[in-house]
Design a protein around this ligand. Structure first.
Ligand SMILES: Nc1ncnc2c1ncn2[C@@H]1O[C@H](COP(=O)(O)OP(=O)(O)OP(=O)(O)O)[C@@H](O)[C@H]1O
Ligand SMILES: [Mg+2]
Length: 331
């Protein structure tokens, strides 16, 4: 079975081809066109124009890299949400056009579930406590069986009470005018930092909050070296997340901890979570860099799992708000 996936929830337009042969799944291609981080942040209309300009180039590149023809594709999966309305719409129209043209099913995929599923697949994790960190999302969750073990859903044990970890770091990067003005700029600058400056630290049960930390960090601009501000911002934000995850792990006792989402590429966060997980006797897993951020490989893969489990929802229109704990996980 061959599935072509499309991703367009925010800054990235992606197309990918995933194959399943004798039960073995492989990502044959995973093409991304990313709108660059700029000082003005992301403007929905500009992102949508960028996606509309690149969608067929991305789909063609994904097919040619995979060495497959359009008429060989068995289904078209697309990111249904959560995301920015303008951007989701472009991906939906692209996937629907291909699906109608080829007479093959359209599979709407929950983007948050896809971030988790691709990590589980790559790391061969059986039952992980998931730490999903990206621009818009920061959640600590695990699969829970309900109704006499027949139905499973992700249960979110803890999450950010305000902004996502990635949005926090991106705003610090923009505020301090780093290059690039995002979480990558913060990570680079933090590597040069030495002093741990006093900042707010908010953990509530198994949840975290970053808005106070952001306000304080912004006010510190010019009062301390940018490297120390970045170093401290990362240490406080990551410590809060690790504390909340450890509390959750002590409760759930999952055998694995899986770090996924765009900010899973942060080596300092990986190091801190690995240490805590191993101290607690859990195997630490992390999605590889090329499958961490927004890309279509995870959408095609999750679409394939949904097709095999006959779990394709009827309602295929894009939705700006969708959560990890909403869908039934049948695979
Ligand atoms: N190499 C990297 N190392 C660390 N962080 C990175 C790296 N590349 C990107 N990031 C950060 O990852 C985050 C983006 O994550 P992702 O690509 O999953 O997008 P998103 O639109 O925020 O996703 P979601 O819809 O899942 O909330 C941003 O904070 C970005 O700055
Ligand atoms: Mg994402």
């Amino acid at each position: 079975m061959l599935v072509l996936g499309i991703e367009s929830t925010a800054h990235t337009f992606g197309a990918a081809v995933v194959a399943e042969k004798k039960g073995k799944i492989s990502v044959l291609s995973n093409e991304c066109f990313k709108y660059p981080s700029t000082k003005e942040g992301y403007i929905p209309r500009k992102l949508a124009d960028f996606h509309a300009e690149h969608w067929n180039e991305a789909a063609e590149a994904a097919l040619s890299k995979a060495g497959k023809a359009l008429d060989g594709i068995d289904a078209f999966a697309y990111s249904q949400g959560p995301g920015i309305g303008h951007c989701l719409h472009v991906g939906w129209v692209a996937a629907k056009t291909l699906s109608l043209l080829c007479g093959k099913p359209l599979v709407p995929v929950n983007h948050t579930v896809a971030h988790v599923e691709v990590g589980k697949w790559w790391c061969k994790a059986k039952n992980p406590l998931v730490v999903y960190v990206s621009g818009g999302n920061t959640q600590i969750a695990a699969l829970q069986k309900q109704d006499h073990n027949r139905h499973s859903h992700y249960r979110v044990f803890g999450e950010t009470l305000d902004i996502g970890l990635g949005n926090f770091l991106d705003q610090v990067g923009r505020g301090l005018e780093l290059e690039p003005p995002d979480a990558v700029g913060v990570l680079k600058e933090a590597a040069k930092g030495k002093a741990l400056l006093p900042l707010p630290y908010t953990v509530k049960g198994m949840s975290v909050a970053y808005a106070g930390l952001l306000t304080k960090t912004k006010k510190m601009k010019g009062t301390a070296p940018a490297a120390d501000i970045c170093y401290s911002a990362q240490e406080y934000a990551f410590s809060a997340l690790v504390e909340a995850t450890e509390r959750c792990l002590c409760h759930t006792r999952n055998p694995e901890v899986l770090l996924c989402g765009g900010n899973a590429r942060n080596r300092r966060l990986q190091e801190m979570l690995r240490l805590m997980s191993e101290e607690q006797g859990a195997r630490f897993c992390v999605t590889p860099d090329d499958l961490s951020g927004d890309q279509a490989g995870m959408i095609a893969l999750t679409g394939l799992l949904m097709l095999k489990a006959k779990a394709v929802p009827r309602d295929a229109e894009p939705r700006q708000r969708m959560r990890l704990d909403e869908p039934e996980i049948k695979w």
